[in-house]
Design a binder for this molecule. Sequence first.
Ligand SMILES: CC(C)(COP(=O)(O)OP(=O)(O)OC[C@H]1O[C@@H](n2cnc3c(N)ncnc32)[C@H](O)[C@@H]1OP(=O)(O)O)[C@@H](O)C(=O)NCCC(=O)NCCS
Length: 221
Amino acid sequence: MGVWEYDEPLEQLGSPVTGLAKASPAPSRRDLRPRLVPPQLSGTLSDRGHSVLSSQGIEPFLIRTMLPDEAAECEMVMRSLPGWFGIEESIQQYRRDLEIMETYVVETGGHIVGFMALNQHNQYSAEIHVMGVLEEFHRRGMGRSLVAHAVDVLHERSIEYLQVKTLGPSRESEAYAGTRRFYKAMGFRPLEETNLWGEGNPCLIMVRHLGCLPRGQITSA
Ligand SMILES: CC(C)(COP(=O)(O)OP(=O)(O)OC[C@H]1O[C@@H](n2cnc3c(N)ncnc32)[C@H](O)[C@@H]1OP(=O)(O)O)[C@@H](O)C(=O)NCCC(=O)NCCS
């Protein structure tokens, strides 16, 4: 088996998110009105419920749990990104997946502009199953906030590894090169490129270590 050299330069890790939005498991519609919470006043996940991330010059946005009737809006986000979500069958499968998985959305101005579905595989590891942000909102920190929210939630459950699968560099795609750069900037590292998705669709598994066991501690299986 050949060893390939990773094709993109390692970027600096992104700066930590401050005032990160948090979500309670199932907020009601009435609770969804953005509430600005200065970072210094923010408490724990449960007492804060959810809050707004506000960056200089950027409209505040909220990261919260997707409501059951909002999958269609997430589907629209996917459909607006044909460079990434171009296969009808996959869009429909993802739509079904986010209805049953743990899905978080980015809301701004009363609209859903991004989403992320998390899949916890076992007590040690979880996966970002799918995520997307409307292109006009790219590079405003929404993707970073979604990942940071996932990390926060998973830390609370002592999950150690977070993985993501994306198109590997052996198939040329400018769109997915950007996606891989995003994941690298979020602390994910390329583990392996596999043919899990079949020939012509190289699947790159990327992983981020979320935490360490105390030195010398070994847990039973
Ligand atoms: C991947 C995606 C969710 C990132 O969302 P985003 O809101 O644009 O990301 P952020 O603004 O939080 O980016 C955080 C950092 O990641 C890096 N980054 C993000 N997109 C990048 C790109 N295209 N090229 C290089 N670096 C990138 C940057 O370091 C960025 O920080 P900076 O803007 O301060 O330089 C978004 O690009 C997207 O929806 N892509 C299409 C769908 C997709 O690829 N989904 C994942 C596969 S399922």
